[in-house]
Design a protein around this ligand. Structure first.
Ligand code: UD1
Length: 370
């Protein structure tokens, strides 16, 4: 079986890692990786392949940044040629980015079997480009690989139950593995990142990790300024690992990121193991990222999410994750202690990638279009 993964943005590289490892460990199938080039900065792309031991991309489209339509269209045109040249048994797409949608449309137009990893997530927020990307991809795909029971329920409600299977969450696979590695030298890593606090280790360390990158939070000057000021007013130090979109918008709007007079420190995006270390050493996280909400939950730190909704409803149980859409309550929420409520394992126990490969094997040759 020839499986072709299409990725392009940072969270997709994280999801690709356990899939690539599972296919290679099994040894029975060929895995080709296509990188669209949606994310191209070394810190947003290359370090993830190196740190997570992913095979280098077999094809790199180098599409880069553009408006949604142009970026998606450029990928669509190129991917069609790639699929025709390689004719994989499965095109495997990940999550909800423009790379996901472009690959889905390119595949179905030429009757190419299509599987969607992380199927069934819904925010119900139609302002998010990601919501359209995931809904359209789910309805196009032949095999829907749902991470959770709630995601499978969403698919069933849209009439897609017969193409769905719950496999667990591959982000839990990679996170549990990396967290085990990182714990062995956590203090040294935190020191290197400038996050260590003398005499204090682990969750008692008085700093909060932040990431903000969604267009709804970055692209309007008053809102971006308010969010950064609210982070600066949290009673402990806040370390913001800044996505290039945030840096670009703040610079354009004249909002200071360095030498701030408040408690906010801004740094470059971290490689994945450093992000995991930073969260493990922190007292909590403020974010608008989907993946980081869940990673924070799995690592047992409280999360505050600057959005009106979340796709990961399981994280809200027991107030492990609290939504603060206006960012007005960050001063009281961001540094709160971890809740005592039990968490369970809604995202699986680390074997999702193997279940993905098994589902692809079972579905191979039996898709609607073959
Ligand atoms: C994309 C995904 C989002 C995902 C996020 C993770 C879509 C619609 N959104 O958002 O689901 O959570 O990735 O990071 O696909 N830029 C750089 N260097 C890079 C990448 C981006 O400078 O390596 C800048 C460019 O100015 C670009 C902007 O960031 O215009 C936004 O990048 P884009 O790919 O449009 O979307 P993201 O915000 O990264």
């Amino acid at each position: 079986m020839r499986i072709m993964s299409v990725v392009g943005a940072r969270p997709q590289f994280v999801k690709l890692a356990p899939i690539d490892a599972a296919i290679r460990a099994q040894g029975a199938h060929e895995h080709l990786v296509v990188h669209t080039g949606q994310h191209y900065d070394a810190l947003m792309s290359d370090v993830f392949f190196a740190d997570l031991g992913i095979s280098p991309p077999d094809v790199h489209l180098e599409v880069g940044s553009a408006s949604h339509g142009r970026q998606t269209g450029l990928m669509l045109e190129e991917l069609e040629q790639v699929f025709i040249a390689h004719r994989p048994d499965w095109v495997l797409v990940y999550g909800d980015t423009n790379s996901t949608l472009a690959a889905a449309v390119a595949a179905i137009k030429i009757h190419q079997p299509l599987a969607h990893l992380e199927a069934g997530l819904r925010s119900w927020n139609r302002r998010m480009p990601e919501e359209h990307n995931r809904v359209l991809t789910d309805h196009a795909a032949d095999l829907l690989l749902a991470p959770t029971a709630l995601a499978a329920d969403n698919l069933a409600a849209e009439g897609l139950a017969d193409r769905s299977i719950v496999v667990g969450d591959v982000m839990a696979d990679v996170l549990l593995q990396v967290a085990a590695d990182v714990r062995s030298d956590l203090s040294q890593r935190l020191t290197r990142l400038g996050l260590a606090v003398p005499g204090v280790d682990g969750p008692a360390a008085p700093y909060v990790v932040a990431t903000i990158h969604r267009a709804d939070n970055t692209d309007e000057p008053a809102r971006l300024r308010h969010i950064l000021d609210a982070l600066g007013a949290v009673p402990v130090r806040v370390v913001l690992a800044a996505h290039p979109r945030l840096v670009a918008r703040a610079t354009e709007f004249g909002i200071p990121l360095v030498d701030r007079s408040d408690g906010l420190t801004v740094c470059e995006p971290w490689p994945y193991p450093d992000l995991v270390a930073a969260v493990l050493g922190s007292s909590g996280v403020v974010t608008d990222s989907g993946g980081l909400q869940k990673e924070t939950f799995i690592l047992g730190r409280p999360c505050t999410t600057v959005r009106t909704e979340t796709e990961w409803l399981e994280t809200l149980d027991g107030d492990w994750n609290i939504l603060d859409p206006t960012a007005d309550s960050l001063a009281s929420l961001a540094a709160r202690p971890a809740p005592a409520a039990p968490q369970g394992t809604p995202y699986g126990t680390g074997d999702a990638a193997y279940r993905v490969v098994a589902a692809l094997e079972a579905g191979s040759g039996r898709t609607a279009r073959t």
